[in-house]
Design a protein around this ligand. Structure first.
Ligand SMILES: *[C@@H]1O[C@H](CO)[C@@H](O)[C@H](O)[C@H]1NC(C)=O
Ligand SMILES: *[C@@H]1O[C@H](CO)[C@@H](O)[C@H](O)[C@H]1NC(C)=O
Length: 367
């Protein structure tokens, strides 16, 4: 079905090219019409690539089965959620938390953790600061919330759970408090020692920009920077500004400089690389970008990374399982955005997008 949709789109795009060509013949061609034509041709090419990669995502999705026990399809941990603290606010001049006070602290880890459940994880844990815990619990009875991140024994507390977790999502609503960041550093080191996959987003990326050695060469890490976070990382690792005319090359270079760690640069189109391959995800979304969309991406990626590693490279046709997982999470997030926007238009929020996860998942991966 999706193949047919792809073919239909290709035919439509060809028609657009034909129309443009006709237009070019009738009128003197303005330069942007020529560019538009070249762009359409490239789009046809990428639709085929996207369809091939979506097929690989379908290959890694475990079948639903009544013989499995709870937890087999994924136990995901989200590390993030800081308290809204007046104590720290005056000092945190550049704090992300302060800029978006009251929202990101508890909203982001909630969105990431609930997205993991909606995509198909069996259990979703949140490891957050003590003051954030009751708030996150109140959002949802479905999450297991551990108020440990600001505790002196935070690393031990989380480490106890690591043997039972399949992947960690680090950073949503984390903030930049020194104590929390030091604890998160310990948690990352403990996860690496146990070979647990980690998805790093938001202020987790801020930590990585301060200390790239934390994830340097760790083959089970995926970084999901937005434009700003990407520039900061790039500057920290490659000691120079990003070449904005060469997004593909920039993502490839950052991945390679980090020892082929998978990098997902979110944007109008998402650019993904594992240092060897570069993928572009341009699944249709919408013009509406709401805060929290990145949390849906990181949470669903946590589950898909686990599934992809479980399935192994045979199922991904030789492509990196992490890259295929990342492509799946990007496509899903965009499809959720597209569907939510069709219903809610301008008033679309992240909760509307999360409500679409089931239908979007079926449309993309179960057709
Ligand atoms: C699998 O890999 C082969 C060889 O690289 C390629 O021809 C084929 O199109 C790939 N299949 C998919 C679904 O990507
Ligand atoms: C990363 O991948 C590139 C391209 O395949 C390879 O040349 C390089 O040696 C790899 N680097 C590491 C650290 O594995």
């Amino acid at each position: 079905m999706v193949t047919r949709a792809g073919a239909g789109a290709a035919v439509a795009a060809t028609a657009v090219v034909a129309l443009l060509s006709a237009a070019l013949a009738l009128y003197r061609p303005p330069l942007d019409a020529v560019l538009e034509r070249a762009f359409s041709l490239r789009k046809v090419h990428s639709i085929k690539d996207m369809e091939n990669t979506l097929q690989l995502v379908r290959n890694i999705i475990p079948p639903l089965s009544s013989t499995k026990h709870k937890g087999q399809d994924g136990r995901i941990g989200v590390v993030g959620g800081c308290q809204e603290s007046l104590r720290s606010a005056p000092y945190l001049e550049h704090s992300h938390c302060r800029e978006t006070a009251g929202i990101t602290y508890t909203g982001a880890p909630y969105f990431a953790a609930i997205s993991a459940l909606k995509v198909g994880a069996d259990l979703s844990h949140v490891f957050c600061a003590s003051a954030a815990a009751p708030v996150i619990k109140a959002y949802s009875p479905e999450l297991i919330v551990h108020p440990v991140l600001d505790s002196p024994s935070a690393v031990d507390e989380v480490e106890k759970w690591l043997p039972r977790l399949h992947a960690l999502v680090v950073g949503p609503g984390l903030g930049r408090d020194d104590v929390l960041l030091r604890n998160v550093q310990g948690i990352l080191e403990a996860s690496k020692a146990r070979d647990i996959p980690v998805v790093i987003d938001a202020d987790g990326l801020w930590l990585v920009a301060q200390q790239p050695a934390l994830i340097q060469g760790y083959q089970k890490a995926v970084l999901t920077p937005n434009h700003m976070e990407f520039s900061r990382l790039y500057d920290a690792v490659l000691r120079g500004p990003v070449d904005s005319d060469d997004r593909h090359g920039s993502v490839l270079r950052l991945s390679q400089a980090l020892g082929n760690v998978t990098v997902v640069q979110k944007g109008e189109r998402d650019i993904l690389s594992n240092g060897q391959q570069v993928l572009v995800c341009s699944q249709e979304g919408s013009s509406r970008r709401c805060g929290g969309q990145g949390d849906l991406l990181s949470g669903s990626l946590g589950v898909l990374v686990h599934w992809a590693l479980l399935a192994g490279p045979e199922k991904t046709n030789g492509s990196s399982p992490l890259l295929v997982a990342a492509f799946g999470a990007c496509s899903l997030t965009r499809q959720c955005n597209h569907q939510a926007f069709q219903k809610h238009g301008r008033s679309t929020t992240t909760s509307d997008m999360i409500a679409e996860v089931g239908a979007a998942f079926r449309k993309l991966f179960e057709t």
